[in-house]
Write a protein that binds this ligand. Structure first.
Ligand SMILES: *Cc1c(COP(=O)(O)O)cnc(C)c1O
Length: 399
């Protein structure tokens, strides 16, 4: 049907392709997350025409991944964000015995999750979805070990966990090693949000090996799976509880059948095989080679941009913590000497004939090569050239 030149679906699909943008930011959910390989699509076909017991299937897929990664336990989720909520709900259930949605939220409301003050990420508010409040520790520019200890002592058994956003190399933050050591000395579990921290590849097991209790990854970023997938790895008891509160869990009781908190975080059988395939592929992925290619792509782009106009100073830099993650990937940094604002250039590029997404930080414009294809490069050069020309008054800016 899709081959039918005259079908309405074909028209729609062609139209959708015409909406495509150049992604110079990275594996951003709002731009579609990532692109997936044919192998991922193929793997999905293996289960697309069968029925299967999803509770068993999701469990054995998690066990398979755990074995392949050499970790205690793993579970496929509907993304790192879903994993955050399901992970916290699982800890709540382990701690209080609450299982039903209402009980988890009510027990959760009596508790807090500690987050160090500099870790003000856009994902922090997800904590509220499991019920707990957020308690900050430390100061904006410096977080002491003492501040975590005092927070844990003050909140006693009402402290559910420390949620650590992996944002290295952030200055002044309390490093994960210290967080784990202190939290564990008071029996407080540590959850690590490492959604976009690969590559390097070793980061897929690193935080768990360091001793944290649960680590969350996105399946749809560098892991190469679908955007609405994720992986949690961690302590077996937490993972088992996550399964029992997960999307495929139901319980028959006197009041009828009940679902659990994971139900709105449903994944499909296709997502499960795609995530297994993504992990498998990632294990054979040569990240050092890939990072070298990223650097050489960044170098080439930088060279081409600096040829456009002398009023742009272009360098390839290793990004700081506040850039789109992962920071292992080098970036093209453009400074404008003619008074053009990077914010303005960034928003004009989005209005180019093929929308070009870049990002600006501290008055500079940045490009991340991560999601760029070879044929995106001439479009970027075109876009930047026309903005510079327009600025010089040689041509008018056209949308
Ligand atoms: C992307 C991201 C998330 C959300 O992950 P999803 O897999 O899209 O749900 C959470 N935390 C951080 C730090 C992220 O970068």
């Amino acid at each position: 049907m899709i081959d039918d030149e005259n079908s309405i679906l074909t028209d729609f699909l062609k139209f959708v392709r015409s909406m495509r943008v150049v992604n110079g930011i990275g594996t951003m959910t709002f731009l579609g997350g990532n692109t997936v390989s044919d192998e991922i699509i193929e793997s999905m076909k293996y289960v697309s025409d069968i029925f299967i017991n999803m509770q068993d299937f999701s469990r054995i897929a998690g066990e398979y991944i755990a074995r392949r990664l050499g970790v205690e336990a793993a579970y496929i989720t509907a993304g790192a964000a879903a994993g955050t909520v399901l992970g916290l709900a699982s800890l709540l259930s382990l701690k209080t015995g609450a299982r039903y949605i209402k009980d988890i939220i009510e027990e959760g409301r009596k508790m807090v999750v500690a987050v160090q003050r500099p870790h003000k990420t856009e994902f922090r508010d997800l904590i509220y979805m499991a019920g707990p409040g957020i308690i900050e520790f430390g100061d904006e520019g410096y977080v002491s070990e003492q501040s975590l200890e005092e927070t844990i002592k003050k909140h006693g058994k009402n402290i559910l966990a420390v949620l650590h956003y992996e944002l290295d190399p952030m200055d002044g933050a309390l490093p994960l090693e210290s967080v784990i050591r202190i939290a564990h000395s008071y029996n407080v579990p540590v959850i690590v949000d490492a959604a976009a921290e690969i590559p390097p590849k070793g980061n897929l097991t690193r935080y768990l090996k360091m001793g944290s209790d649960l680590v969350l990854y996105s399946g749809g970023k560098m892991l190469g799976g679908l955007s609405n997938s994720g992986l949690m790895v961690g302590r077996k008891d937490i993972i088992m509880m996550a399964q029992s509160l997960g999307p495929f869990s139901e319980e028959n009781g006197p009041d009828g059948t009940r679902v659990f908190i994971g139900r709105p975080m449903k994944i499909s059988k296709e997502i499960i095989v795609a995530t297994v395939a993504a992990v498998e592929r990632f294990l054979t992925f040569n990240d050092e080679d890939w990072l070298r290619k990223q650097r050489s792509m960044a170098d080439n782009i930088a060279k081409m941009i600096s040829d456009i106009d002398q009023e742009m100073t272009v360098r390839v830099v290793d990004p700081g913590w506040n850039h789109p993650r992962p920071v292992a990937i080098p970036r093209v940094e453009i400074s404008f000497e003619n008074g053009m604002s990077a914010d303005e250039v960034c928003s004009r590029l989005k209005n180019f004939r093929v929308p070009i997404y870049t990002y600006s930080l501290d008055g500079k414009l940045y490009l991340n090569p991560q999601c760029l294809k070879e044929d995106d490069v001439p479009i970027i050069i075109d876009g930047l050239s026309s903005i510079v020309r327009a600025e010089k008054g040689e041509t008018r800016w056209r949308n």
